[in-house]
Design a protein around this ligand. Sequence first.
Ligand code: GLU
Length: 485
Amino acid sequence: MASNIRVRIAPSPTGEPHVGTAYTALFNYCLAHSANGKFLLRIEDTDQTRCTPGSEESIFKALRWLGLEWDEGPDIGGPFGPYRQSERLPIYKEHAMQLVEKGSAYFCFCTQERLAKMQEKQKAEKKNLGYDGCCRLIDPTEAGKRAHAGEPHVIRLKVEKSNNETTTFFDEIRQKDVTYNNIEIDDQILLKTDGFPTYHLANVVDDHLMRISHVIRAEEWIPSTPKHVMLYKAFGWDMPKFAHLSLLRNADKSKVSKRKNPVSLNWFRAAGYTKEAIINFLGLLGYSSGSASERFTISDMLNGFSLDRISTSSPVFDLEKLKTLNEEYIRGYSLDGYIQYMKDTIDFAARHLSPIMSEVQKRHKIGLGFNVWTDMFFKTELEYTANDFITKETNKKQVEDTLSALAKAIDAFGKKIPTAQDFEECIRIYTDTSGLDARSTLMTVRVAITGSQTSLPLYESMALIGKDRCVQRIKQAVAYVRSIR
Ligand code: GLU
């Protein structure tokens, strides 16, 4: 019989499927499947400016590849759909209005200019940043009329802060109360001027309507949880249980990010990491299985699964460990299993690299296959020698300066996803201004990015590798060149 346990993951389709999504999905999946509950997938796409085409599909494929199937979701439906937030807009609006009627939320007509000035003043006076509550003072009937007449507005949560109120929730993983003073909590926008909800409103309304019993998500959402608790209280709804997973960290304890490590599940799959090794690795990072063996599958995790066995310390994402596990799994395959794995990997890698495959095809030679050209996409450390950088035409200082300047210039793309053409233009500026001649500059960058003086077309390769890993590779090259004696 199905239990009342209903959990979900709620990814935003903003890029490549992230290893952190798989980590969160794994623990949600385990709770649902160990207790005969349901595991849902909901797409949180209300911030349309951040959504990228193909991302949603890519998330589905990656999770299915790992065996983390969902019971209800945008592509398979279910009794509480739709499961894509952009298809639920009237629901959020209606709920935001309910809160206004109850006096737990209010219309705010402040313009961007006023908010910017307010913030400047708060900064100058070294006060806490946040909305100053100006529109709370407007008489609600008057505010209702103005909103109804079409004056641009948002709807904000009215956070009670007059009497030093606090908001507390119990964290099922940390096994303790987490308390926030309401002073620290902003009058959060719930519904934006364009009628779209913010994450907080949509997330709470959906978790309630989809009957979620446990919210298991990454700890970076802890500061949002008191806002959610207030929303549950304002609506008069029962609260789900909250469980926050510690963030995956790089060896230097910073949050895993594409600046330091590969984080895309597509990258792992194309590079030949197996689903068994990834699941085992993610499980090991966060869970004590109780057995002495480090090798376990999802089924092993389901046995006696409980949230309080999830680790509270921040697990280090040790790529070397994952590589070792991966090799163990590959050695354990039957020959047929191995052939199947090879087929799947080559097929996936070729598709992953499709924007550059015609260039690979031009260079294809019997015996070398395509790996010789494409390996560099999947390496975390490139192997170059001093002679690759320092030639008759170049010296150490010029190479170091050119690469450092270029790393900065590429970083300056910010949130933009640079195309091959963007990389070309960016590098051209440096070939025009750097102390090196154009040929040597290009060669230097090519070695830094691909690890070799002969490679696939540079700019296209850079676009595929992505801005962050390009910067990371260039910085690694600078450090290498610096160490040359
Ligand atoms: N949309 C959020 C994300 O991208 C969901 C966070 C949550 O699970 O509440 O991770």
